[in-house]
Design a protein around this ligand. Structure first.
Ligand code: NOJ
Length: 566
């Protein structure tokens, strides 16, 4: 099938199905709920949806632990519901990107159930089993730590060996060295492509190739370099990563007019070209996390202040890739806290301007932008008590801290208040009625009490809402050649207040000025900028007091895009 590269001018909306919309009153979002909101999604102007996992799963990690790759989780609906949803999306010109979670399965997947039965079971080698170290084999096979805290190995009595799990014990890692596993993954992709899916977001895909020594053992990692959550591991972009991805591309991705995006922990700009350029035929794009980890720090426990200069530098690097390599543009997803106040500092009075400014700052760059559900109405983090966190990550951090070092609980509490994944998973706030219009039953996850003010209905009615600006901006962005393929020229790179850049195609360009501060700032047109005529293309302030590009005073969190001609 011919590749139309449709994602080069697409805006993707991410749905976390559990928290999006509940149609059957069980407190859990579902596929029929998504179907009921397809017009809302279309109205937003996006042209693709990335759906977090909806496959059968015991939900140890909310669907990122799959027990059957070819069927739908009971709580979410049936395959018929799925087909109706795909049709509903396609009828509205919306593509569907499914989550592909194949670094690991659930321990309830039949492959693992078989694999643990005996050392000579045909599925044994689908997973990574090793003997323990030490005299009586009581030490884990190496010192790797799981991303959910604690050792990455679990002892299984049945055969007296350990299996590797880089996430929870219920998420055993698949053994990609086994060609049968790679074939299974390709078959799963083609199964969903045949059902109409348009692409995949590949979960922790940079973890699939592990490092082995010459005896087939997995070597110890250095505790500092390979610490969990730091993004650099012994198993990140391992030696066969590119080979495995190319093979999957040849067997599945490359055969369809698809789009793929890798969740690529540990990937840096250095690896970008070799991983996503059209010429390498692996993935079409990747999520790198360097820019969103700038506000955080080691183990998420000691938050740092947001550093705009570093943030701009990281993003600007990705903009230097050739047009055959597509960057991704995002601030939020189901693992990240909400972007306000993370990237702009705490501010109540100009919060809406801040949210709109972040949109312009991110999406005027080249790349495929992602909007995470609720971001378009300015949903925020929520205050939770220790026992109200639902996510496995927060629960484990609290559990271990309480057991090992209770005096450090206040630090863990402070960190989770800022950083827990729960913040992005509170139910979507549709209106100000009971349960925010998300469900008629008690929702599976607490609803942010600010739903009375922050909700879709109120946003639709307010012409100045964040939502209405998102619609205006996404419509503005669509089809603009300068945004899709213009060059990127950064200005004032050392400024701690402003994010300024030009997007240029021949003699026309957009000049983007974003004020990251909640105060007025004097802006000076950069020396040497050639500009014969200029006008405002779009701004988050309707009433800005200049009509052409000139020295002027920017308003708090102002984001203005000038169209200029040389
Ligand atoms: C990344 C996903 O985004 C996250 O939610 C999940 O817990 C891990 N991968 C494990 O699958």
């Amino acid at each position: 099938m011919e590749k139309t590269l449709w994602y080069k001018d697409a805006v993707v909306y991410q749905i976390y199905p559990r928290s999006f919309c509940d149609s059957n009153g069980d407190g859990i979002g579902d596929i029929q709920g998504i179907i009921s909101k397809l017009d809302y999604i279309k109205d937003l102007g996006v042209n693709a949806v990335w759906l977090s996992p909806i496959y059968k799963s015991p939900n140890d990690d909310n669907g990122y632990d799959i027990s059957d790759y070819r069927d739908i989780m009971d709580e979410f609906g049936t395959l018929d519901d799925f087909k109706e949803m795909v049709k509903g999306m396609h009828d509205r010109g919306i593509k569907l990107i499914m989550d592909l979670v194949v670094n690991h399965t659930s321990d309830e997947h039949k492959w693992f159930q078989e694999s643990r039965k005996s050392k000579d079971n045909p599925y044994r080698d689908y997973y990574i089993w090793r003997k323990g170290r030490g005299k009586n084999g009581k030490k884990t096979p190496n010192n790797w730590m799981s991303n959910f805290v604690g050792p990455a190995w679990k002892y299984d009595e049945l055969t007296g060996e350990y299996y590797l799990h880089l996430f929870s014990e219920k998420q055993p890692d698949l053994n990609w060295e086994n060609p049968k596993v790679r074939q299974e993954v390709a078959d799963i992709c083609n199964y969903w492509f045949e059902l109409g899916v348009d692409g995949f977001r590949c979960d922790v895909i940079t973890y699939i190739s592990k490092v082995y020594d010459k005896n087939g053992n997995l070597p110890n990692g250095s505790l500092l370099k390979d610490a969990p959550l730091m993004g650099k591991h012994n198993y990140c972009m391992g030696p066969r990563y590119h080979e495995f991805m190319h093979e999957l591309n040849q067997k599945a991705f490359g055969k369809w007019d698809s789009m793929t995006v890798g969740e690529s922990q540990g990937i840096t700009f250095k690896d970008a070209f070799n991983s996503i350029d059209e010429s390498v035929q692996e993935l079409d794009s990747v999520f790198s996390f360097e820019h969103v980890t700038t506000p955080d720090s080691i183990l998420m426990v000691f938050p740092k202040k947001f550093n705009l200069v570093k943030f701009k530098k990281i993003l600007s690097n990705w903009q230097t890739l050739p047009l055959t390599s597509q960057p991704t543009l995002f601030l939020e997803n189901h693992d990240q806290p909400r972007s306000w106040p993370r990237f702009v500092g705490y501010c109540q009075e100009n919060k809406e301007y801040a949210a709109k400014m972040l949109l312009v700052a991110m999406q005027m760059q080249r790349g495929t932008p992602y909007v995470y559900q609720g971001q378009e109405i300015g949903m925020t983090n929520m205050v939770l008590k220790d026992d109200e966190y639902k996510d496995i990550m927060a629960r484990r951090i609290f559990g271990i801290m309480k057991k090992v070092c209770p005096p450090l609980m206040p630090i863990a509490r402070k960190a989770m208040a800022k950083r827990a994944r729960d913040h992005a998973r509170t139910p979507m706030q549709w209106n100000d009625s009971e349960n925010a219009g998300f469900s008629t039953a008690t929702p599976w996850m607490y609803i942010n009490p600010n739903y009375k003010q922050i909700n879709v209905k109120a946003s639709e009615e307010d012409p100045n809402s964040i939502l209405n600006f998102y619609k205006k901006f996404i419509a503005f962005r669509k089809g603009k050649e300068i945004i899709i393929k213009g060059s990127y020229i950064p200005y004032y790179e050392k400024s701690k207040d402003l994010f300024v850049y030009q997007r240029k195609l021949q003699n026309k360009s957009y000049f983007v000025v974003c004020n990251f501060k909640n105060k007025e700032i004097k802006f000076k047109v950069p020396q040497g900028l050639v500009c014969k005529t200029s006008s405002i293309a779009i701004s988050n302030y309707d009433e800005i007091n200049t009509l052409t590009l000139q020295n002027y005073t920017l308003k708090p969190f102002e984001a203005t895009v000038f169209e200029i001609e040389e």
